[in-house]
Ligand binder design. Structure first.
Ligand code: THU
Length: 131
């Protein structure tokens, strides 16, 4: 799947965002090694801290269905500018896919592509627990 196709699926997923508090809808599309795509959106709650980001919705959907090998994720917010993943989502992506490519869209449909390793340098990772 080409990057732009994955981004378009993220843009589509953004339509389901439940973001009445921030009014900042986000969509994500996660490509698995097997070629499947899991989408996600942000889902907020009146108790703000219970809100979930689009990227983590997509990851949790995939893992809960037995898919945990990921090659790319596209993210689409409403701008202005590129919708970079938050720190929590970077950490959750690292758990399953340290080498994942991250396609980061802006409100105009432009995107940039980054390695997770560049977005999350010096990570707290599985190896950190080995004594
Ligand atoms: N949000 C995401 O869905 N993904 C991110 O990586 C950054 C933030 C959501 C959370 C919240 O619903 C809204 O954007 C504003 O922070």
């Amino acid at each position: 799947m080409i990057d732009k196709e994955l981004l378009n699926k993220a843009i589509e997923a953004k339509k389901n965002a439940y973001a009445p508090y921030s009014k900042y809808p986000v969509g994500a599309a996660l490509l698995t090694k097997s070629g499947k795509v899991y989408t996600g959106c942000n889902i907020e709650n009146v108790a703000y801290g219970l809100s979930n980001c689009a990227e983590r919705t997509a990851v949790f959907k995939a893992v809960s269905e037995g898919e945990s090998e990921f090659v790319a994720i596209a993210i689409a917010g409403n701008g202005p500018g590129f919708s970079f993943p938050c720190g929590a989502c970077r950490q959750v992506l690292l758990e399953f896919a340290p080498k994942i490519k991250v396609i980061i869209g802006d409100e105009k449909g432009n995107y940039i592509k980054k390695e997770l390793a560049d977005l999350l340098p010096y990570p707290f990772e599985k190896e950190s627990l080995k004594t």
